[in-house]
Write a protein that binds this ligand. Structure first.
Ligand SMILES: [Zn+2]
Ligand SMILES: [Zn+2]
Length: 428
């Protein structure tokens, strides 16, 4: 039997190629194999050559490290309005577990952090503390699967330059600090974050005082005077305070304030989770449980709602203020956000440096060059002391002594301002 081709050649797009047909006499044409959906395969081997693939931030697709083929990732862009999940047993039970792909766990014996790596990655260091006392384990898929992810936008190759620029900023840091950027190893890792949604319906009650001027007769002075008195009234009110899209870190191996300095992340870039984004990259599942994170978030929301309610009161005299907060529409999300981590050693101390994998913003700890700081403080204060000293002892000159005193005070004020900045920088 000799049947006609499935489609006349003129209708077939030019880029389509003839592929092997499973049916006798039927000619099959297919789009080029370079861009196709990653199958639900559990590992990310290149369908073209069998080599390892990795998610490529620049291309936004999975790329073969050997033949360069690109494979599009099918994920839906959901942005800020990504679905939220209720706190019900049903939702918890039906939430998928694990990463949805074959991965290995790397456990650090130094800091206790567990990092998820691609099965082919020969990982030897912990990205959180830099230790090489790590042991591989088979991943146990019991944790919730993240529902949404912001894919990496920044490439690893850009990290050193960004870190260098950041290390050079400010004058009270050691000058040779910038050298650590040349040897730093940056690890791209998706970190877990919770976001919570709630409306806090807040009822408040307080005694509010209103000032009133009143005339009275002063028997001592035998004349009329005015004075301010406060009239107290019980008042109450309600305010609904909404909370949305605040990030709550789910890792306990990077201080929360350090991660906060990486914000903002642009949540408009959120897409539905697809394990292909993790190909070739590390990830960390949440270490802070949904319950613990929600408890902390709720306490923070209650405090914020209390402040909002207090601010409703249009008087500076308030007493017996009390609030009753009821939570409504509570919902949660589990996200993966892209971060580069590195640790560097400076004079036998380890410092953490983090880079936002979406925006390139850098944050971290820096050693302070205290000698530089104290020399500057001395340079600010000493001249005034000298001038005042000369004025007092040698010249018995009051004007010179006064000028010296003013110089000391000015220098000290500037020195204190500088010290405050340094303290803030060293604590941040
Ligand atoms: Zn390939
Ligand atoms: Zn570690």
């Amino acid at each position: 039997m000799n049947s006609a081709p499935l489609a006349s050649t003129s209708l077939i797009p030019e880029s389509f190629t003839r592929v092997e047909s499973k049916l006798d006499g039927i000619t099959v044409y297919a789009p080029p194999p370079r861009v196709e959906q990653i199958p639900q395969a559990q590992n990310f081997k290149c369908p073209n050559c069998g080599a390892t693939t990795a998610f490529d931030p620049r291309a936004g697709s999975v790329t073969c490290t050997n033949c360069g083929s690109h494979y599009a990732i099918h994920a839906q862009r959901v942005g800020q309005n990504a679905n939220q999940f209720e706190f019900t047993l049903d939702v918890v039970n039906s939430t998928p577990r694990g990463w949805g792909s074959t991965r290995r766990d790397l456990h650090c014996e130094n800091c206790g952090a567990t990092t998820s790596v691609a099965p082919t990655e020969l990982a030897t260091t912990c990205p959180f503390c830099g230790s090489n006392r790590v042991a591989a384990r088979t991943a146990v898929p019991e944790a919730f699967q993240p529902r949404y992810i912001i894919p990496f936008k920044i490439e690893r190759a850009e990290c050193a330059a960004r870190a260098r620029a950041w290390l050079q900023r400010g004058w009270f840091y050691p000058r040779d600090l910038v050298n650590v950027a040349y040897s730093a190893q940056f690890t791209g890792i998706y970190l877990s974050f919770w976001t919570f949604h709630a409306v806090v319906n807040t009822q408040w009650r307080a005694q509010v005082g209103y000032e009133r001027r009143e005339n009275y007769f002063d028997v001592h002075d035998m004349k009329f005077k005015t004075r301010t008195v406060i009239d107290w009234r019980w008042e109450q009110g309600t305010i609904a305070v909404p909370f949305e899209n605040q990030l709550d870190t789910a890792t306990s191996h990077i201080p929360a304030p350090l991660l906060e300095r990486l914000e903002p992340f642009d949540l408009d870039a959120l897409v539905t989770y697809n394990p292909a984004y993790l190909a070739g990259w590390r990830a960390q599942t949440y270490e802070i449980s949904l319950n613990d994170a929600w408890d902390a978030a709720r306490a923070r929301m209650r405090e914020h709602a209390r402040t909002q309610a207090f601010n409703q009161i249009d008087s500076k005299h308030v007493r017996n203020f009390s609030v009753n907060a009821a939570f409504d529409d509570e919902a949660w999300r589990l996200l993966l956000l892209p971060v580069f981590l590195t640790t560097y050693r400076y004079r036998d101390k380890i410092y953490q440096l983090v880079i936002n994998g979406q925006t390139g913003k850098v944050a971290g700890d820096k050693p302070i060059a205290w000698l530089q700081v104290w020399l500057l403080v001395a340079a600010l204060v000493v001249p005034g002391i000298l001038v005042a000293g000369v004025g007092l002892i040698f010249a018995r000159n009051g004007a010179l002594f006064l000028a010296g005193g003013i110089l000391v005070v000015l220098g000290a004020l500037i020195a204190v301002a500088i010290l405050q900045r340094v303290m803030k920088a060293s604590a941040a």
